[in-house]
Design a protein around this ligand. Structure first.
Ligand code: NAP
Ligand code: GLV
Length: 307
């Protein structure tokens, strides 16, 4: 049995799963079921202790791309396989989000906003896409699509990952030394890494200081990637042009947090790329069939690596 937890969209998911998998028994939280019958779950942020109820749980499907919250829990049985969504309609949204930030930078909308507030008519110098250096931290399902979309539009795209990668249209690098070289050569830094122990505060005061003072940061990965206090300090000191932030150390961002009112900050409430239920269900159904046939699945999480 597949047990579903997505309180906001329970009905929609229930219907989509039943249509896609007519032969599979499906139950939706908080439906009472024989706990031992549940072998699979599809979830987004279920309450603490949720998984402990199911002694025969084999597979957990995450209804999102990031699994940091799942991996921090203590109720997931060791033998359970965790499978996340790969793209499932998110890569295009992420490319749009990043492009919005890059255009904000390139067309100097932050400067014109400030000028407008002062009723100042002052054309800025033209900057062409080919002269804008975009660095993508994270070359997975999302980062790769974002990078290739920007490269197709003429931007210079560099990418950085954990292991060496070769991706068409993206100059790929990896490792600390490469990051040291890359950050000073970056105009727009796009962060789309997962939250792991290794990526926590990757952008600390020292590394933020490696960026040119005119650079912009877009963070759509996870809040933990950036040391928020260090970021605020850099913005205060004018060492960054602006930050477009979709994710935060604590979500929702506290009402009195100084980031809300900072003149160099644009905030969105974790919406850079939302799960598209139809695509999510199609992908999970395909993975369920692959598991049944002994074929490889997409999005199997490496619990040790943390993503
Ligand atoms: P993915 O396919 O797993 O890709 C992760 C990328 O990060 C890989 O290129 C990986 O390197 C790299 N990476 C991981 N640890 C690293 C490290 N220590 N140093 C350098 N690179 C490292 O993930 P995805 O599907 O692209 O999603 C990425 C993240 O986006 C998710 O984990 C989630 O946090 C976030 N997200 C946010 C939203 C939103 O709305 N804001 C929506 C969806 C996802 P390798 O290639 O070497 O493995
Ligand atoms: C959203 O942040 C996701 O990880 O899917």
């Amino acid at each position: 049995m597949l047990y579903l937890y997505s309180p906001d969209q329970q009905e929609l998911y229930g219907r989509l799963f039943r249509e896609a998998l007519p032969d599979l028994p499906i139950a939706c939280w908080p439906q009472d079921v024989e706990a031992s019958a549940v072998t699979h779950t599809a979830v987004w942020m279920p309450p603490a202790g949720f998984f402990s109820r199911f002694p025969n749980l084999q597979v957990i499907f995450a209804l999102g791309a990031g699994v940091d919250k799942l991996l921090r829990r203590d109720d997931i049985p060791e033998q359970a396989t965790i499978i996340r969504l790969t793209d499932a309609g998110m890569a295009q949204q992420m490319a749009e989000y990043c492009l919005y930030g890059v255009l904000h930078y390139q067309r100097q909308m932050d400067v014109y906003q400030r000028q407008q507030r002062a009723s100042r008519w002052l054309p800025q110098a033209t900057r062409l896409a080919g002269n804008i250096r975009v660095t993508i931290l994270g070359l997975g399902q999302l980062g790769t699509h974002v990078g290739q979309t920007l490269a197709t539009l003429g931007y210079q795209v560099n990418g950085w990952s954990r292991q060496p990668r070769q991706i068409e249209q993206i100059a790929c690098t990896h490792g600390d030394a490469a990051l040291r070289k890359l950050l000073p050569e970056t105009d727009v830094l796009f962060c789309i890494l997962p939250a792991t122990q290794e990526t926590r505060h990757l952008l600390n005061a020292e590394r933020l200081g490696w960026l040119p003072a005119d650079a912009a940061i877009i963070n759509a990965g996870r809040g933990s990637l950036i040391d928020q206090s260090a970021l605020l300090k850099h913005l205060d000191q004018g060492q960054l042009r602006f930050a477009l932030l979709d994710v935060f150390a604590e979500e929702p961002l506290a009402e009195d947090h100084p980031l809300w009112t900072h003149p160099r900050v644009l905030i969105t409430p974790h919406v850079a790329a939302n799960t598209i239920p139809e695509e999510a269900v199609a992908q999970i159904a395909a993975n369920l069939r692959a598991l049944a046939d002994g074929r490889p699945v997409t999005g199997r999480v490496d619990r040790l690596a943390g993503y």
